[in-house]
Design a protein around this ligand. Sequence first.
Ligand SMILES: NC(=O)CC[C@H](N)C(=O)O
Length: 388
Amino acid sequence: MAKTTRTGLIAFEDGTVFRGRAFGAVATNVGEACFNTSMTGYQEILTDPSYFSQIVTMTAVQIGNYGICPDDVESDGPKVKGFIVREVSPVASNWRSNISIQDYLAEAGIPGIEGVDTRAITKKLRVSGALKACITTEDISEEEAVKRAQEFGGLIGVDFVKEVTAKEAYHWDPEMKQSTPFTVVGTDLKLNEDKSAKPRFKVAAMDFGAKYSIYRKLQHHGFDVHVFPATASAEEIKSCKPDCVFLSNGPGDPGAVEYAHATVKELIEDYPTFGICLGHQIITHALGAKTFKLKFGHRGGNQPVKNLETGKVSITAQNHGFASTREELEKTGAIVTEINLNDDTVEGLRLKDKPVFSVQYHPEAAPGPNDADALFVDFYNMVAKHHG
Ligand SMILES: NC(=O)CC[C@H](N)C(=O)O
């Protein structure tokens, strides 16, 4: 891929402008600027629906060297509003890849900029907090770009889930083509070649903007995954007779999806439930507690989380800009199980009297460390005990 000579820029609501070389689509988008500290996994980041409405700056210095692999997508296409990197690799070398990141973003209509001081942008966002921004690879003036950044409505109170959730209910990979066979030995799941040893549980997965990796992990760990749109009612979900419920990740302000708070409030009364990220935040609201916006969010594969019940520290993958309010959660009777060691914010909860737990981070990783993979086994064992 030859480097373009087109210029591009990112303009922030405070009037700051960074210029670089354009790649990807010739387009202009507004969104919230954030940064991700993952060293690898740019494709999973681009296609994670939780990034819908955000312009992502990568702190890793070179992006794109292993191209884009059709098997590694986390949704049906890139979801970010813009992508900013120090250097986009001129060479993509990987037998699994069929397209470069430049062409992938161009086809999806998403603008990218390279040759930008990504460290300066990251430091800026850490000091000022999340900012509204406009990215453009079109020929518009800096003043116009700043104006468009200022006009962006922001994330608070906006329902972005409805833009990325499934249009209708469906059965994820019914032939289990993506699942590694497993069997239950004692309380642990073990890989096994014997496909008949599979006491699978039917999980109703509420799709708030789910990453495919979560469904793959659920399937791998003994679940038959039935996906429901975020707007599905508790009755619709109950009518599929699930053994348990899963609540996915997703974009935007968790406080804005009140219809989901109401549905989840009903479901957790009856079903063992596991939530990840937005799913965790929606449980928080369903319990009557609130979430708040973090200064600049946690995004990357190196976030330390401490389990307050076991003392164990895990390095986790994260991507969130909101967090649950600890005092309010504890007032509802929920137990705060985990905290982020960088800023002490809530990273996990469980209910005392019901088989319900959730985490703010991403145990499915993709990209990131697998320290928390065992949570899928914990979910399986919790459901098995409940139905025991
Ligand atoms: N990955 C997610 O589910 C993100 C949740 C939510 N949109 C946040 O930013 O906090």
